[in-house]
Design a protein around this ligand. Structure first.
Ligand SMILES: NC(=O)c1ccc[n+]([C@@H]2O[C@H](COP(=O)([O-])OP(=O)(O)OC[C@H]3O[C@@H](n4cnc5c(N)ncnc54)[C@H](O)[C@@H]3O)[C@@H](O)[C@H]2O)c1
Length: 339
């Protein structure tokens, strides 16, 4: 393990692709070999031993690559992932795994058939505040969960994506699947797979966009826990993923943009029961990509399972698809986890 080096290629070097490159550069087991982006003007940013390609297939053909990192628009995740897996390359694919569950199935199938690892970058599981919240829940600190809620509130008005992929009127990128997936995945990670959802949506902020900009979904989690996910991409506020976890003995209020999480807990003392509030300090690291690169390296070098595999990514997409379907149909939808 000590001296093993994995050759990485990054496809799509926009905002998040650059974060992955930084994560690769920080990791002693990772070497950036090649990058690919359809924007040829980006070539002059890559010098020395890193080769730049505008053609993804050419890159896979020419270069010896161990891990491909897929950071292109959501609409192309499936194509690029399956191509790499079938070429014998492990894949770390950005969230959302894909925009349809059928695409997720194809990606899982390619990973199964080739034996190559497929990890989905559900990065909220690496945010220190959320990691601490989950540890506290798992340790029984707030007792039995009964209600969990999370919101993905992010003003996209000025970030349609390079080339406008977030506002593509043909290959729709629904914000619940593309962005709300963070909140869905977080609640799934903490409370398990919801079985059914009911949602309402509107488009009062980004009226020229081809998708609804605000959706609220309620859902049934295992063991009778109920939950709510709100997705807004037109809200007038700073980015937040405020999350509240209610248990029989206490409540956790957390975010990926706050330097502390709040734990309120009931204690018994001589005067009876009282609620004690503690502020627990955490780092703000809402895009802890370096940690994902580390997990990918560990899994490939140690030949172990990746932590957020295709089934995990697909399950989050499945909940998102059920929410979109419910909002359109005006009725509850059962989530299909058959992958
Ligand atoms: N984990 C997170 O929190 C997080 C945050 C932002 C974005 N994302 C995801 O990462 C992906 C990229 O998002 P972004 O914000 O970096 O977008 P972006 O628009 O900033 O960058 C995308 C890049 O891909 C390039 N590209 C487009 N089509 C391509 C193709 N066919 N082949 C090669 N390159 C191509 C574009 O030129 C651009 O440079 C999306 O899937 C998005 O949902 C994840």
């Amino acid at each position: 393990m000590e001296d093993k080096i994995l050759r990485f290629a990054v496809a799509g070097v926009g905002g998040i692709g650059r974060s992955h490159i930084s994560g690769i550069e920080q990791n002693k087991h990772a070497l950036l070999t090649a990058v690919c982006d359809i924007d040829a003007e980006l070539e002059n940013e890559y010098t020395g031993s890193v080769k730049f390609y505008t053609d993804y297939n050419q890159m896979l053909k020419d270069e010896e690559i161990d891990v491909a990192v897929i950071c292109v628009p959501d609409q192309i995740h499936k194509e690029y992932t399956v191509t790499a897996l079938r070429a014998g390359i492990h894949v770390l694919c950005e969230k959302p795994m894909a925009l349809q569950t059928d695409d997720c199935r194809e990606m899982i199938q390619a990973s199964r058939e080739t034996g190559k690892k497929l990890m989905i970058g559900q990065v909220c599981r690496k945010a220190p505040g959320f990691m601490l919240a989950k540890q506290l829940v798992d340790a029984g600190e707030i007792g039995e969960l009964f209600f969990v809620e999370s919101e993905y509130a992010h003003d996209y008005a000025k970030i349609p994506g390079r080339g406008g992929w977030r506002i593509d009127p043909v290959n729709l990128r629904h914000p619940v699947i593309g962005g709300g997936c963070h909140a869905i995945d977080l609640l799934r990670w903490i409370a398990g797979n919801p079985s059914e959802v009911f949602a309402y949506a509107n488009r009062k902020m980004l009226k020229s966009w081809p998708v609804d900009d605000c959706t609220v979904a309620i859902m049934k989690f295992p063991d009778g826990v109920i939950g709510k996910v709100m997705t807004s991409i037109g809200c007038k506020r700073t980015y937040t993923m405020r999350t509240v976890l209610y248990g029989s003995r206490g409540t956790i209020i957390c975010d990926n943009t706050s330097p502390e999480i709040t734990l309120q807990r009931e204690y018994n003392n001589k005067d009876g029961q009282r609620i004690v509030t503690k502020q627990l300090p955490v780092d703000i690291n809402n895009h802890n990509i370096a940690s994902e690169i580390e997990e990918m390296c560990d899994a490939v070098i140690g030949n172990t399972d990746v932590p957020t595999d295709g089934i995990e990514g697909a399950s989050t997409v499945a909940v998102g698809c059920a929410i979109v379907e419910s909002a359109a149909a005006g009725e509850k939808v059962l989530v299909d986890y058959n992958f």
